[in-house]
Each structure stands twice: as structure tokens, then as C-alpha cells.
Design a protein around this ligand. Structure first.
Ligand SMILES: [Zn+2]
Length: 486
């Protein structure tokens, strides 16, 4: 994600925050696993006592209600219809999952809507609602694969202005919908395990009035089909994706498709109000994706591109394969930022929200690398400017401990980017760029932590780097300006 006006809007705080961590979940799992080992318990009693409720959060201490425990989602199949006129969204979500404990019940995150029915493995299941939690009663064994189908309908309500966050989630627009879900807005349009620690593949079967285009992640499966005034678009994202990157952006769009000079399929779409941006969006997105593949390693997904919608969000979000720009024509810098996220944030996803600098620091540094590549100012110059221009607020906010009530603070971006430049100066280009490629390759499609990055940086460089990372990521004060060793 990035604000339209680089630092100033970020400092104002645009969007932010969701999360959950592991302690509660681990505790639940431990007790569930220990129960059957009790030798004195009769067999029947053991089987009954072993099944417990999956926790209502995935265990991220910053966002205790986000995500859920007791299962891993592996695939979402969303068959949804949206009518921009009535603002009604409805259909079914089919979730393939695997139990990670014996389960008496489990939760999905869903906000609003009327849930008409829930089935587990085809059989009707009892369910209840409380806040954003949909609780489903069941009887599943640890490691069992299962399929949940939720039928629901209603008027989506985006999340608005909570703490420093702008509006996010499923946002109705005059001609359709603008859908950006970081950090925890997926619950505003489909039931899920809404936390980046649980990634899954997706397919989308989206039905809209004829003349409206429905855009989701991944690639189109065949041509859209129109019957009785309704058009259905089928999209498939076959690579794992976090819930906050899923989108169902609909409306009037002009679309251009093709392949980048390097051979990567490109899908670009622009609202008619931004029709003059379409060719530039298409060209830049292809070229920049190609360039990042030379710097970060092979492009992780099946296509690249972007969407410019006329909803004035004032920010962009790196929706997987299709970054979205809300109400402005994107320049190269912000396109470079959102496309760098396809590696850092999307292919490699954070495990806990406190590590958000692994997304935003990397994407900010990518902007500096793009500027250097284009001969518009080296990364060193960008670093110098950022260091000189940083406010006390940035030095007081350690980006390695992202704060839940101020997730998208400018420090997470700028000081995160500065941390990477300081690392580059310390270990030299000959070690730095191979490190970045290895980081992207080793954890492709997975989840990562700051500790893992520091460990790899030390291993790759053969240097002890605790002091450097401590100064740049974890201290509430201004680090000394580094000097180049290379
Ligand atoms: Zn970003």
C-alpha cells in the first residue's frame, strides 16, 4: 500500500491494521494434542474431550480477533453476484481447509450480511454470529480435510476510519465496487480466515450486470459469458494469496491486455474517467515487472498489471497480480512500489503485523532503486534526502515493531527503506543484491518474519548485524548516518 503523496499522506495515516499472532493458538493446540495422551482416560471419554473449539483469533497479539485458530484454509471458491444499483452482494463461499486440532467448532471472519446456510462436507451445520465472528459447530478430527460452504447475502459495509485508517474493504462506487482489504477488510465481503498468516489459492465466479466489468486476482478462465442481461467473469489465482490481497473490483472499465517485453501477461484496466492513463499504466506495469524480475528474481505470479478506478481513496494497494490505484493516475514511482510488493508482501507474506516493514520498507526501497535505474537520483541520494528530512516522529517510531493503532506510519516505509540502504552500505552490493534474491527465492509463496531476514542477512554476508538492525529497526532514536564500505 502507498499513499498518493508519498510521505506526507503516509504520515497523515491512510490505512492500516489487522493482525493476530501465535501464543493463544499454540496454547489451544498444545492442550488439544495432550488430551489424548492421558493414559488413564477411557477411550470414549478421550475422543470426546479431545475435540475443542478453534480459537477466535489466529494468535496475532496486535489484532487478537483477526483470523482464527484450529484450521488452515487452503482454497476459497467465491461465487458472488453484485448489483451496483441495489448494492446487494450475495452468493456462496466454498472454503477448503484442514483441521489443525480435533475441532468441536471453528470460526470464520465475516462482517454483516445474512448467512442463509452453512454446510460442512455437504451436511448442514449449526452456526451462530457475534460481531465479525461466524462460529460453525462441527466434529472434525485433527488433520482432516474439510469443505465449508457459506451462503450469504446483504449490503457490504466497508470499514471506515477506524483509528488512523481510511475506508477499506468492499467499497460501493456509483458504477460498481472498489475493493482493498489491507489489513483486515476481507470480512466485509467473504467469510475467511482473515489474516496473512493463512494463505490460500482462490477462484472467483463473479456475476454483474451486462456492461459492467468484474476484476479479480490471477487470470481470466475463458471469455466472460452473458445471459439474460448478466455477465459472469471467472478468475483464478492459483498461487497462494493472503485474504487482504483478494479483490472484486467492478464497474465500467476500459481494458488492455497483452504481454510485457519480457513475456509476462499484462492486464490493465482504467475507469473511463482515467482512460488517458490506460496505455501508460499498461506499458509501465509491464516494463517495471520485467525489471524487478532481474533484481528480485523470477516474477512469482501468472500475470501482472493494474487497475485505475475513479474512487478517490488517495492510496494504492498491491492486490495480487492487480495493484489498484484509487482515484489518481499513478506515476512510475508508485507503480514500482506496488509491483515490488508482488515479491515482498504478496509472494513473501508477513506472519505478524508487527513485521509490516518487510512489506513497506522493501517497497519503499524499491522506489529508490527504480529512481536509480532511471537515472533520476541514486538510492544514496534518496537515502540522504530521507535521512535529512526525517522528523523526530520517525526516529521515535521503530519500524521493526509496527504499532497496531498506527500501522502505516511513515517510519514503516521510510525508515524501513533506510534500514535496507544501511544494510546495503554495510555488506556491499556484491552481497546485498544476492541476499534480496535469495530472500525472495527461499520463502516464495510463504510467510516470513523479521528474525528470518536478519538471520539470512548475517549468513549471506558473514557479518554480525545485530547492531545495525537494532539501530535501524528497534531503537527509538536516530541512528548515526552510515558510510559506504564498498
Ligand atoms: Zn506499500
Amino acid at each position: 500500500m502507498r499513499g498518493r503523496q508519498v510521505v506526507s499522506m503516509l504520515a497523515a495515516g491512510l490505512v492500516a491494521a489487522c493482525s493476530a499472532s501465535n501464543s493463544a493458538t499454540d496454547g489451544e493446540r498444545a492442550s488439544a494434542e495432550e488430551a489424548p495422551l492421558s493414559a488413564s482416560a477411557p477411550a470414549a471419554a478421550r475422543s470426546v474431550s479431545a475435540a475443542t473449539a478453534g480459537s477466535t483469533g489466529i494468535g496475532d497479539p496486535y489484532f487478537p480477533g483477526d483470523g482464527n485458530g484450529g484450521y488452515d484454509a487452503t482454497h476459497y471458491g467465491l461465487a458472488l453476484a453484485y448489483d451496483p444499483k441495489s448494492r446487494q452482494l450475495g452468493g456462496t463461499a466454498t472454503i477448503d481447509a484442514k483441521a489443525t486440532q480435533d475441532l468441536s467448532q471453528f470460526n470464520l471472519d465475516l462482517s454483516g450480511f445474512t448467512v442463509r446456510s452453512v454446510t460442512v462436507n455437504g451436511a448442514p451445520a449449526e452456526f451462530s454470529r457475534k460481531g465479525s465472528e461466524l462460529t460453525v459447530r462441527t466434529d472434525l478430527k485433527d488433520k482432516a480435510a474439510f469443505k465449508v460452504e457459506v451462503a450469504y447475502a446483504g449490503t457490504p459495509q466497508p470499514v471506515r476510519e477506524s483509528s488512523n485508517l481510511g475506508s477499506y474493504g468492499f467499497i460501493p462506487t456509483p458504477d460498481g465496487s472498489f475493493v482493498t482489504c489491507e489489513p483486515n477488510g476481507a470480512k466485509t465481503w467473504f467469510p475467511s480466515n482473515d489474516h496473512p498468516a493463512d494463505k490460500a489459492t482462490f477462484d472467483f465466479t463473479l456475476t454483474v450486470p451486462e456492461g459492467v466489468t468484474a476484476i479479480a486476482n490471477g487470470e481470466l478462465a475463458g471469455q466472460p459469458k452473458t445471459t439474460n442481461g448478466k455477465t459472469t467473469f471467472i478468475w483464478r489465482e492459483k498461487h497462494p494469496m493472503t485474504t487482504y490481497l483478494a479483490t472484486m473490483t467492478t464497474g465500467k472499465f476500459q481494458v488492455r491486455t497483452g504481454t510485457s517485453p519480457g513475456g509476462i501477461p499484462v492486464y490493465a484496466a482504467a475507469d473511463p474517467r482515467f482512460r488517458t492513463s490506460l496505455n501508460s499504466l499498461y506499458d509501465q506495469s509491464g516494463k517495471i515487472t520485467d525489471y524487478w524480475a532481474t533484481v528480485f528474481g523470477p516474477y512469482p505470479f501468472g500475470s501482472t498489471g493494474g487497475v485505475v478506478d475513479d474512487f478517490a481513496a488517495g492510496y494504492a494497494l498491491e492486490n495480487q497480480t492487480k495493484p489498484i490505484y484509487g482515484g489518481f493516475e499513478p506515476d512510475e514511482g508508485i507503480i514500482a512500489h506496488e509491483l515490488a510488493h508482488q515479491w515482498f508482501g504478496n509472494s513473501l507474506s508477513i506472519t505478524r503485523w508487527k513485521d509490516l516493514w518487510l512489506n513497506e520498507g522493501f517497497a519503499t526501497y524499491a522506489e529508490w532503486l527504480w529512481s536509480e535505474h532511471r537515472g533520476q537520483g541514486t538510492a544514496q541520494q534518496q537515502f540522504n534526502d530521507a535521512y535529512a528530512g526525517a522528523t523526530d516522529a520517525i526516529w521515535k517510531y521503530p519500524p521493526g515493531e509496527t504499532r497496531p493503532n498506527d500501522l502505516f506510519n511513515a517510519s514503516v516505509y521510510t525508515r524501513g527503506g533506510m534500514a535496507l540502504h544501511a544494510l546495503r552500505l554495510e555488506i556491499g552490493d556484491g552481497k546485498f543484491f544476492p541476499l534480496i534474491k535469495k530472500w525472495a527465492a527461499d520463502h516464495r509463496y510463504g510467510n516470513v518474519t523479521t528474525e528470518q531476514f536478519i538471520e539470512l542477512a548475517e549468513k549471506t554476508s558473514g557479518k554480525q548485524l545485530d547492531d545495525l538492525f537494532d539501530a535501524w529497526l528497534f531503537k527509538q532514536r536516530k541512528p548515526a548516518k552510515p558510510t559506504s564500505v564498498s
